[in-house]
Design a binder for this molecule. Structure first.
Ligand SMILES: NC(=O)c1ccc[n+]([C@@H]2O[C@H](COP(=O)([O-])OP(=O)(O)OC[C@H]3O[C@@H](n4cnc5c(N)ncnc54)[C@H](OP(=O)(O)O)[C@@H]3O)[C@@H](O)[C@H]2O)c1
Length: 251
């Protein structure tokens, strides 16, 4: 299938999990894809595996995003698909939230996302598609996720307003709210193997469809929103969560 033939896509945090699967899907559907990430070795390894370009850029630093845009500009004339995916998950209970943790999580998940779009706008083609990777946590009230949830809720609010403002250029901007997806993100929290297994089992039991999502499930939705099949969709949010959002009391 070549629905994205001729389109150029940038995927932030594309060396792992949902970003990696989405980069693969976008490429498989015909797009020219550039991935980014914060770790040089990981970015280069993923780019090599996928046969695409990889560029290192820490989205929590505005100068790094500006440098990224300049590097992308050397490779391509314009960008049609911007998948703002880079993010972290740092759980902490209310009462133990530190300023450092707040700034770090907000700095990547919200500020990093906003300024990725901000800096890429001049390079985005009219009619382009921006996809923000948010989370069902924005609405869930799940313990230990107050700051993470707030970072994603802020991103969703930003998405709606940006959709109105970018509409004159026919640039569409939408948000995806995944439920629990099986990716390396949880292993980066410092949880032990035992805790990770317990967390995954508990999550899976709460999902009506009784499984965790695969990164590839989300990648299909990313490719749809990026494509011309979605040209009348902007300012929207899509839950992709096995139903967890409709029945939080299950399990
Ligand atoms: N997995 C889930 O259940 C789930 C659910 C809802 C929403 N999400 C969201 O989905 C997105 C992707 O997460 P994932 O689950 O695929 O996790 P992942 O496998 O850890 O991927 C996250 C990617 O973002 C990169 N990244 C993190 N901080 C960055 C920074 N400052 N600058 C540039 N890149 C950075 C990571 O780099 P490193 O590999 O170097 O860490 C990695 O490539 C995140 O926004 C996350 O909040 C995930």
């Amino acid at each position: 299938m070549s629905k994205l033939e001729g389109k150029v896509a940038v995927v932030t945090g594309g060396n792992s999990g949902i970003g990696y699967a989405s980069a693969k899907e976008l490429k498989d559907q015909g797009a020219t894809v550039i991935i980014t990430g914060r770790n040089s070795e990981k970015v280069q390894a993923a780019a090599k595996e996928l046969g695409i370009t990889g560029i290192v850029a820490d989205v929590s630093r505005l100068s790094a995003i500006e440098h990224l845009v300049a590097q992308v500009k050397e490779e391509v004339a314009s960008v049609d698909i911007l998948f703002v995916n880079a993010g972290i998950f740092q759980p902490a209970p209310v009462g133990q939230i530190t300023e450092e943790m707040f700034d770090h999580q907000m700095g990547i998940n919200f500020k990093g996302a906003v300024f990725t779009t901000e800096k890429f706008l001049p390079l985005l083609s009219d009619g382009g598609s921006i996809i923000n990777l948010s989370s069902v946590n924005a609405y869930a009230g799940m313990p230990n996720t107050a700051v993470y949830a707030a970072s994603k809720a802020a991103l969703n609010a930003y998405t709606r307003t940006a959709a109105t403002e970018l509409a004159p250029r026919k640039i569409r901007i939408n948000a995806i709210n995944p439920g629990p997806i099986s990716t390396p993100i949880f292993g980066k929290t410092g949880m032990s193997e035992e805790q990770l297994t317990g967390f995954a089992t508990a999550m899976q039991n709460r999902v009506p469809l009784k499984r965790l999502g695969h990164p590839e499930d989300v990648a299909k939705l990313v490719a749809f929103l990026a494509s011309d099949d979605a040209t009348f969709i902007t300012g929207s949010e899509y839950n992709i969560d096995g139903g967890i959002g409709i029945n939080p009391l299950l399990g």
